[in-house]
Design a protein around this ligand. Structure first.
Ligand code: PEP
Ligand code: MN
Length: 263
């Protein structure tokens, strides 16, 4: 179901009037984690004013350490829904289990399955039974073939609204948090009709690399980006070093829009 042989024309996913794929640009922006109502609303308004199309924010955080901030859970989803009411931006957040998926469906416009759960086959099947678009992130050590098979799990249950997100893979390189595989974009474009977006924040782990890699992703043919933005990155509860301040994000939006329009 994922292949272009099965379906040659690009899949276009419509969310509250905004199209993902098929030549339109989609930029999803917001904090790594929903930390408070005030922080989320301020960031949502800032990214909306800069031209973002959707709002992201983690409510269930799959943190490497069990002692790190784990997210506000359902309270975080309620805050995201308030931010949608305030800005009109559709909301995206990660689910980490079938139970969190069920709760999240009451609030979200798009659900995200994170790198750590790319091969959580039960979660993929349940996301396939939902009728809401799914952003499927590439697993930390997943090949493109394994990733497409994960998308196939979702689609085989009847949910054809899958968006693939390249977010960097683990390599021997330590200068960056992950190695962002930009070549995955044209490889996927050859194999699948599904929309492809890139996460330059987790892909690099470094704020200064986010704009260059965003431009590289769009130049390579990506349908959009998912970018971490925090009102006050130095005090973020998670992923501050890779989060853009609102001004930097406004700069990113300008440059990415010019590049996309020129293509
Ligand atoms: C995220 O987007 O918040 C996240 C945890 O990303 P990933 O699953 O790519 O690590
Ligand atoms: Mn993050």
């Amino acid at each position: 179901l994922v292949t272009k042989t099965f379906k040659p024309e690009p899949t276009v996913i419509e969310v509250r009037g905004h199209k993902i794929g098929g030549g339109s640009l989609t930029v999803i922006a917001g904090p790594c984690a929903v930390e408070s109502e005030e922080q989320t609303l301020a960031t949502a308004i800032a990214v909306k004013n800069a031209g973002a199309h959707m709002l992201r924010g983690g409510a269930y955080k799959p943190r490497t350490s069990p002692y790190s901030f784990q997210g506000l859970e359902e309270e975080g989803l309620k805050i995201l829904a308030e931010a949608r009411d305030a800005t009109g931006l559709p909301i995206v957040s990660e689910v980490i289990s079938p139970a969190t998926l069920e709760i999240s469906l009451k609030y979200l416009d798009i659900i995200q399955i994170g790198a750590r759960n790319m091969q959580n086959f039960q979660l993929l099947r349940e996301a396939g039974q939902a009728r809401v678009p799914v952003i499927l992130k590439r697993g930390i050590s997943a090949t493109i073939e394994e990733w497409l098979n994960a998308a196939e799990y979702i689609m085989s249950e009847g949910n054809y609204q899958v968006i693939l997100c390249e977010r960097g893979i683990r390599t021997f390189e330590t200068a960056t948090r992950n190695t962002l595989d930009i070549s995955a974009v044209p490889v996927l474009k050859e194999k699948t009709h599904l929309p492809v977006i890139v996460d330059p924040s987790h892909g690099t782990g470094k704020r200064d690399l986010v704009i260059p890699m965003s431009l590289a992703a769009i130049a390579a043919g990506a349908d959009g980006l998912i970018v971490e933005v925090h009102r006050d990155p130095l005090h973020a509860l998670s992923d501050g070093p890779q989060s853009l301040a609102p001004d930097d994000f406004a700069d990113l939006m300008k440059r990415v829009t010019i590049l996309h329009d020129a293509m």
